[in-house]
Design a protein around this ligand. Structure first.
Ligand SMILES: [Zn+2]
Ligand SMILES: [Zn+2]
Length: 157
């Protein structure tokens, strides 16, 4: 039995596999975060792309993401804190991912932002360029201006 790498101590088949094979959608930003970590650990980069905000997907450097996932040995994930609904359709998850690279054991500590579109949660990637202007329509398709919607979650206002 293969255990899921996401930290919930469950068999993979009953945990993130159902998200990875699209038979189920993440019910919360935290669940999406866990399933994205598991996808990193298992080299399922398609899932990383599919769970990034649709408007950012084609801007992702898939080769770099693939290389980053393969260069490291992923040890575990801890969720530090989870803010499921800061305002409607937005959430933040703080986490620490431990991994081993050539220099030894490393920690990646991040406060990630997520946005819900229709019923699905997506990761808002703060590193993807270009970002829209603050007065332009938001990346997430909400119809609001970027500065009133997702920009504050990316630390851009
Ligand atoms: Zn899992
Ligand atoms: Zn938005």
């Amino acid at each position: 039995m293969v255990m899921c790498p996401c930290g919930l101590l469950q068999p993979y088949a009953q945990c993130c596999q159902r998200l990875h094979d699209s038979s189920q959608a993440a019910a919360s930003a935290e669940q999406l975060m866990r399933s994205r970590y598991a996808a990193f650990a298992l080299g399922k980069i398609d899932y990383i792309v599919q769970t990034t905000l649709p408007a950012q997907q084609y801007l992702l450097d898939v080769q770099a993401i693939t290389a980053w996932s393969q260069q490291n040995q992923w040890l575990d994930l801890s969720i530090v804190s989870s803010q499921p609904a800061i305002k409607p359709h937005h959430a933040k998850v703080e986490f620490i991912a431990r991994f081993k690279d050539q220099q030894g054991e490393q920690q990646h500590h991040e406060l990630s932002s997520f946005v819900q579109i229709d019923t699905r949660w997506y990761f808002l990637d703060p590193t993807v360029q270009p970002m829209p202007g603050l007065k332009s329509a938001c990346l997430c398709g909400s119809g609001q201006k970027f500065k009133r919607c997702c920009a504050p979650f990316l630390g851009l206002t």
